[in-house]
Write a protein that binds this ligand. Sequence first.
Ligand code: SF4
Ligand code: SF4
Ligand code: SF4
Length: 329
Amino acid sequence: MKTLLKQKAGSAPFISSAVTALLLSAARLKGPEGIILFDRFLPGLGWLQIFLITVYAGTVANLLITKPNSRPIRLAIWCIFSIVFFSQLLAGIFISDIFLMSGKLHIPVPALIIAGPFYRNSSFFMPVLFLSTIILTGSGWCSYLCYFGGWDGIATTAKKSVQFPKKRWKLIRYIIFLLVISTALLFRFINIPPEKAALFGIAFGIAGILIMLFISRRNGFMAHCSYYCPIGILSNFLGKISPFRIKIDSDCSNCMGCSNICKYDALSVKDLKSGRAGFNCTLCGDCISSCSSNLIYYKFLKLSPESSRYLFIILISAVHASFLGIARI
Ligand code: SF4
Ligand code: SF4
Ligand code: SF4
């Protein structure tokens, strides 16, 4: 049995690389011209970029599977993605628009993924991309794939112990979500010009950064992602479409060891007793190694916990690496 599991773990990086190669090749052959950045410098060079990214995907999958504590790896790759994304944006503004997806600038604030289409009644590319990843990897968007959330994750590392918010906080995220949607609709119906609407988007993003700096950093939990960003709530809600879950065995002693690791406030006593992670869970996997008795684990339909974890790592590494290859403003 152990040998079989080892074989599965050993093949996961290759499968992840193969899935990445498929996704990026499809994007290059069927997507818009120049979707792979290297092709813009020399036609055909995109294949080299695809090769490098498939190697990266395999490396990420291997590290996530083999390292006992995957949190530092996850935060590192999440930030690499963010740095590449924002570097391309800066290069697009200050050096050449070759680094931009379409030559047109957008505000890189995740809330606009949903507010933008409500305001413009168009631009559904990002919501469709978001939904596709949700189907593949559940709420993993908010722990591996978003260009913004990694900074909230880094902010939480300043504090070792976690101080979770009071219960009433939980209401705040629903109120913010409704406010963002209704403001976008109001702006559309009273014809607020795009330049003015953009200022609200920027102000929302700046307020989010302040939350990371002053709440996440001081309290050690993902205040921005778990209680402010409207995409977070959408990802938690729609993520339930995917069969991936974090389950807790009935033998759990409620020692709270895993609760102190979870930065998303998804492992309260109530959650532990219910046998599954709470609504806020983003499938980050940080809690898995914290239980020495292996009583908390990934579950995908009838697959065993180990196979479920390998499947999740294969998919999330492939989608993460593919995003690294194509995501830019
Ligand atoms: S909650 Fe928002 S900022 Fe955080 S990871 Fe999700 S989409 Fe990104
Ligand atoms: S660390 Fe293990 S035993 Fe302790 S609360 Fe978590 S799942 Fe239960
Ligand atoms: S319950 Fe586990 S997998 Fe879910 S968010 Fe918390 S640490 Fe991550």
